[in-house]
Design a protein around this ligand. Sequence first.
Ligand code: ZN
Ligand code: ZN
Length: 149
Amino acid sequence: MKMKDNDILIASFRNKCRADHLKITPQRIAIYRELIKSKDHPSASVIYLKAKKLFPDISFDTVNRTLLTFHEIGIVTLVEGYGEPKRFDPDTKPHHHFRCIKCNDIIDVHHKSFDNLKIPEEIRRQYKVLNKRVVIEGFCEKCGKKLLA
Ligand SMILES: [Zn+2]
Ligand SMILES: [Zn+2]
C-alpha cells in the first residue's frame, strides 16, 4: 500500500470515530497506523510492541481494548484464529485468506470468483449471514520450501 492510500484510510478512520463518538487520541491513531502498516494480520501483542515504541507508557490492556473497540465499530475485522491470540485485519473490504498451518501466517488473497460466491438459500434462511470469506489452508512458500529441503 502506498503512503497515499494510508492517508485515505486514516481520514476515513477519523470519520468513523467521529460518527461513533469515539475520541480520536494520538494513541488510537498510532495503533491504527501500525495496524494498516502491517500486512500480516497482527495480534494485539504485536501491535502493542510497536505502539510502545511511540508511547512507552501505553499498557497492553489499552492496546487490546482499543483493537476490540475498533472491531466493534467496524474499523477492523477479527480474523480466524484457532485458539491463539486474536488477530486483527484493517482491510474490511471483501477479501480472502491463505493461512499457513505451519507458521500461522495469514496472507490476503484477492479473487473475483471468491467475492462472487453465492451463499446457498437454505443457509441464508437458517442463519443471519454477516460476512463470507474463503480460507485456503496449506503451507506458505517459506514453509513449503523447508518441507522439500
Ligand atoms: Zn508458513
Ligand atoms: Zn486480510
